[in-house]
Every structure is written in C-alpha cells, then in structure tokens.
Design a protein around this ligand. Sequence first.
Ligand SMILES: [Zn+2]
Length: 347
Amino acid sequence: MSTTLSLTRPDDWHLHLRDGDALRAVLPHSARQFARAIVMPNLRPPVTTTALALDYRRRILDARPHEGPGADFQPLMTLYLTDRTPPDEMRRAREAGIVALKLYPAGATTNSDAGVTDLRKTYATLEAMQREGLLLLVHGEVTDADIDLFDREAVFIERVMQPLRRDFPELKVVFEHLTTREGAQYVQAADRYTAATLTPQHLLYNRNAIFLNGLQPHLYCLPVLKGEEHRRALVQAAVSGHPRFFLGTDSAPHAAALKEQAGGHAGCYSALSALELYAEVFDAAGALDKLEAFASFHGADFYGLPRNRGTVTLKREPWQLPQTVPFGEATLKPLRGGETLAWRVVQ
Ligand SMILES: [Zn+2]
C-alpha cells in the first residue's frame, strides 16, 4: 500500500472566496493546495461586470500569502449572469481574462436573488459567450416550489440543460456540484462541450448524514446531499477516468453561528482539507491512480488552459483537522472539523 502520492499541482474548479476579512481568512487554505481556482461571483452585490471582476481579482491577489506555498495562486474570474447581462460585455470579459459566467437560477442558493428568472432572457448573451469562448457554469437546479427538493437537478436536465445544449451546441457548459445519478448519466452521455464538477461532500456523504445524531447544519449545502445510490454514481463517475468530470470543491465559508441558527445558511467549508478528502474517496474506491487526472488534468483540458507545473505530495498519515478556524471576527467550522483524516498534504 503506497504511503505517499505525488500529483501535478491541482486546481479547484469551483470555489467561494467571499471578500474582505473573510477572503483573507480562507484564501491561504485553498492556495496551499491548489494552483488556480474558479472564483464564484456571488458576492453582495454580485460580480456582474468585467470592471467588478478585475477589482475583485486585485483584492484576491492582495490576500495571497506573500511568500511560500500559495504565493503564486491564480484566481480565475467569473461573472454573475443576470437577465440583463449585456451581450457586448462578453468581448470585454474575454479580453480581460475572464473565463466563465455563472448561471444561478433566481433563488437557488446563497446570494442568488439577482439570478436568471428565465434563461430565454439571456439568449443574446449566451450567443456572445459561445462566440467568445466563455464557459457557462450552471447551478443545475430548478427553483419551482412545486418540485421536490431532491428532484430539482433531474428536472433541471429536462427543462434547462436539454434546450440549452440544443440551442448552443458549442457553448462549453459545466454542470457544477453534480449530486445525482441522473446528472452523472447525463454528463457521461453528453458531447465534449458538457462537463461536471464534483464536491468532496457529495462524494463522501449521503443525505442520512444530515440527520445522524441530531441535525447537522455543517452538512447542509445546496444542492442538498442525495441518497446513497446517487453518491455511489458520483464516486463511480469521479474514479472512472472520464475526462469531463473534475474537481470543484464548492467550498463555501459561512460563520459557524450563521449555519447553526434557525434558517441556517447552506454551504460546506472544505477548503481546509479538500485534496485530503478527495484522496480518501479515491483511496476507498481503490482508484488512487485516477486522482491526478481528476484533480489536475481534466479541468484544465476542458477549460482550454495549460496544465500546471510542479507537484503536491500527499502522505498517508493520520492527523486531526482543527474543529474551528478564525473567520474575521467569527469562526468557521470546516467539513470534518475535529475528526481524523487519513491523508495529509505535506508539500
Ligand atoms: Zn457554489
């Protein structure tokens, strides 16, 4: 049984970094492990223009460690797609190095009230994105109150993904934080313009975990964890070596108090130990040899970006993840906080 594993430096293709003190608190955790990350634009107010994204990028660069691991971390910027995003902004965005737009169906998750109410309103913009080579990253759930929470991803495939693929066949689309067997099958069967990210929590846990030993608010995220058959399908997709499944943590920091109150916020904070958690998943599936492509190659290849140079090394060495970490004036409870992890990033 191997005890160390060296990988080409990986990237996180779905990350929430927040802003201000929160940004400064969490950024080093991601930068320690990942060379680059796709940074989500759901700030308040949302990052809807190239100018806002470039300002945000500057604040992220300023929050990097000044030396040592993470000093060269590169944020990959995204814009928040709204009903009113102008098509002519797409060229400016591409010229400024922005790589993607994020589609949040209005009301789907944290800070998504500015999201898209009807995809048809964005068609001219999607056309411009397809032309400019910008990717569309989707939160793949419908938000209709009459659709059961656990069925919203499958219904999204029918109602949104299928028409979208038909109408924009060469727009690259990433189905973010996939949670269901239906989603995995859909992406497997799709053409080379459709990919998906998988989070550590959806690979490690099923929905029982949310209710085990009382309500577990730190396992509440959106899209919500699904049943065991879905988790297994996601693990299978992750370890299959299929080039259109790749790492995206959806690490989403919220102050612990805001998650533990009534109406607690959705989101798991996995950035502290993301790569270690994925290693555990691949190890359990007997597929450690597939981890590097999933973490370090498939995403870059799909985005059309160069693969990273340099390596990161994981060691099979039990260690205890801190229960909490500072988060500005508040504290953050990481996914698996206080528990023992089997793998550790050592360099
Ligand atoms: Zn997210």
